[in-house]
Ligand binder design. Structure first.
Ligand code: FE2
Ligand code: FE2
Length: 186
């Protein structure tokens, strides 16, 4: 699909990055049930910190504004668009819950709760991205006007992605290297 807006294109690219991050989290969580393989809690914590830092602060709020505009242009998709906006709040809450569960597991408490929280987080995140990509972004692409995109662009100035952007933040370098290594293997 040819995306007419640069903003939508960059949100689409964010999704590919987020999916890479989710696979890395899944891989680390999977080690909890494998004998002799220790999960890298530092890597999981960094990945969750990033979810708050960038998707939570920039990607989701930008989508919220786009969906608000979409509902005006294409009311038939309103139920879906509202549900996605609500899911952004759920994802933020679930990210915090997941981070707390990681902290508890580091302290040797309740690893089972960590696995369940991770499953819920991964399922909701992936399902959310699937719906955006398959159903909602094509409608956004069709319905929003040039003026809409100018207004959205003015409302949200672009920020550098601290992990996948041009300048990776120092604290994320270890995570970025791990993602690059995994990408090279696949
Ligand atoms: Fe979203
Ligand atoms: Fe998204």
């Amino acid at each position: 699909m040819l995306l007419k807006s640069k903003i939508l294109q960059s949100l689409h690219e964010d999704h590919a990055n987020q999916l890479q991050l989710l696979s890395l989290i899944e891989l680390e969580i999977g080690k909890l049930t494998k004998i002799g393989r220790a999960a890298n809690f530092e890597m999981i914590s960094l990945a969750l910190e990033y979810c708050v830092d960038f998707p939570g602060r920039y990607h989701h709020p930008k989508e919220d504004l786009i969906y608000e505009t979409l509902i005006k242009r294409d009311p038939d998709i309103a139920i879906r668009a509202i549900a996605l906006t609500e899911e952004h709040h759920k994802l933020n809450a679930l990210t915090r819950e997941f981070a707390t569960a990681v902290g508890e597991a580091i302290d040797g408490k309740n690893v089972n709760h960590l696995q369940l929280t991770a499953d819920r987080f991964l399922k909701l995140y992936r399902c959310h991205i699937d719906i955006e990509e398959a159903e909602v972004f094509p409608r956004v692409n069709r319905a929003l006007t040039k003026e809409d995109w100018i207004a959205i662009d003015q409302a949200y100035s672009d920020s550098n992605d601290p992990l996948f952007g041009e300048h990776t933040r120092q604290s994320y370098i270890v995570l970025q290297q791990r993602i690059v290594e995994r990408a090279a293997l696949s």
